[in-house]
Design a protein around this ligand. Structure first.
Ligand SMILES: *Cc1c(COP(=O)(O)O)cnc(C)c1O
Length: 444
């Protein structure tokens, strides 16, 4: 399941970044807009399994998976085969002009794999943001209502509508307004920072009261929620929060949209994170892990909601591109055949176990949380006051990078280190990566 031409080892032959990467970085600076940030400027030449190989020949352990995209690993053999076959047949027709089977097959797979045993339909797009935008279009078309409710710390993309849905100003929204109207943000469930003892049901009630009093349920087309918040800090809501919102939505004629763009495709130890709580959304948005690294996204859900927009009302030139669809079918086959959700669950116990041990040693770790292979630590300069420690978080990440471990940060306060290894990462690399993380904390 891993391309054997990429040796599964950490190997540093230069400082990070090495001279070849530095030369490319200088070229990049003269050619690429600075608004496109870079976290770790090693230029990749090959990747597979649990490692990235750079232009200097360094091999880095990958705890990022391209932001939860290559769940099946980079260049997973079944993805490569499917793409190579498809790219030799035809590369594009536009599904809305002359259709092809791959698109239909991906929709069938999504309808089968997503939670809910009702009749479903799917529509394919290119990016997560585009999927979320289309979920909102579909919900508005179906309900004839306008308001959209989202959660504190939520992240849904960088287009104008999805920026309005996204909570965090820097770096996402700053200076890019005005944003789309009729978006309302309510508190989420954030067990680490909520009042002590607040249950998920109470957090749901807090949100619902605001919706009722400030928006009015009858005006709400949809509630869009991540089952575990990604960019917002890997916030796992308390049990019964999501189901509370879903039940309220059902009772109020509101479309409940689960944004599973980061949590989907085995990442959390189940194919979709909603199912850990038995929550059945009306619509589900997917992207990232769907196609082994090729750009593809989808909205899947109840047939009567999905079919609300008029014929021709949904689409896009590239949505459901045949090469991306072939990749998705290869990725889904790999996920199921190799039980990568099960593998994510096993990785989760290793990750949470080791991080909990680190939290006992290092008081800067205020919280350890996550599910499956979507795990994070929240760093604080004062455990009692829970003061966010973004600078220390950056320092830990930098130490990891310098030692050949790719880790990402996130969180509204910039103080969360998140671990998202490819689900095919060999155990020895997972262990070694965690060892580097421990050294990074020890070096503070
Ligand atoms: C990444 C992400 C998006 C946006 O996806 P893009 O493909 O970057 O547009 C939306 N929602 C969630 C939860 C995400 O993690």
């Amino acid at each position: 399941m891993i391309d054997d031409s990429v040796r599964q080892e950490r190997r540093l032959v230069t400082t990070i970044p090495g001279p070849a990467s530095q030369a490319l970085l200088a070229r990049r600076q003269g050619a690429v807009a600075r608004g496109i940030g870079v976290m770790l400027p090693v230029f990749v030449t090959k990747a597979g399994g649990g490692v990235l190989v750079d232009a200097d020949g360094n091999s880095l352990i990958d705890f990022g998976a391209g932001i939860a995209v290559v769940n099946v690993g980079n260049s997973a053999p079944e993805v490569v085969d499917a793409v190579q076959r498809q790219v030799g047949e035809f590369t594009h027709t536009c599904f809305m002009v002359t259709p092809y089977e791959g698109y239909v097959a991906v929709c069938e797979q999504l309808n089968r794999l997503t939670p809910g045993d009702y009749e479903k339909r799917s529509a394919l797009f290119n990016s997560g943001a585009e999927a979320v935008e289309n979920a909102v279009k579909i919900a508005r078309s179906c309900t004839h209502r306008q308001a959209v409710v989202v959660l504190d710390h939520g992240y849904h993309g960088r287009t104008n509508l999805t920026l309005a849905l996204t909570a965090k100003n820097m770096p996402y929204k700053h200076g890019f307004g005005p944003f789309a109207p009729e978006i309302y943000r309510v508190p989420t469930s954030y067990p680490y920072r909520d009042p002590a003892g607040m249950t998920g049901a109470e957090a749901a009630e807090r949100a619902i009261t605001l919706i009722d009093k400030q928006v009015g349920a009858d005006n709400v087309a949809c509630i869009v929620a991540e089952p575990i918040q990604g960019e917002g800090g890997f916030v796992v809501p308390a049990p019964s929060f999501l189901s509370g919102l879903a039940d309220y939505s059902r009772a109020s004629g509101i479309v409940f949209v689960a944004d599973e763009i980061q949590t989907g495709f085995g990442r959390t130890g189940a194919m979709f994170a909603c199912s850990h709580e038995g929550v059945v959304p009306d619509l589900i948005t997917t992207a990232k892990g769907i196609a082994g690294g090729l750009p593809l996204a989808a909205v899947t859900g109840r047939a009567e909601i999905m079919d609300a927009p008029h014929v021709g009302g949904l689409g896009g030139t590239y949505g459901g591109n045949p090469v991306a669809c072939a990749a998705a079918l290869g990725a889904i086959r790999t996920l199921e055949r190799d039980d990568l959700a099960g593998r994510a669950e096993a990785m989760g116990s290793v990750l949470l176990g080791r991080l909990t041990e680190l939290a006992e040693k290092f008081p800067v770790i205020g919280d350890v949380r996550g599910r499956g292979a979507m795990v994070a630590v929240e760093l604080v300069s004062d455990r009692q006051a829970q003061t966010p420690a973004p600078e220390i978080t950056q320092a830990v990440a930098k130490h990891c990078h310098a030692n050949g471990l790719v880790v990402l940060t996130c969180g509204t306060y910039g103080n969360v280190l998140r671990l998202l290894p490819p689900l095919v990462m060999p155990e020895h690399l997972l262990d070694e990566g965690l060892g580097i993380l421990e050294e990074a904390f020890a070096a503070l």
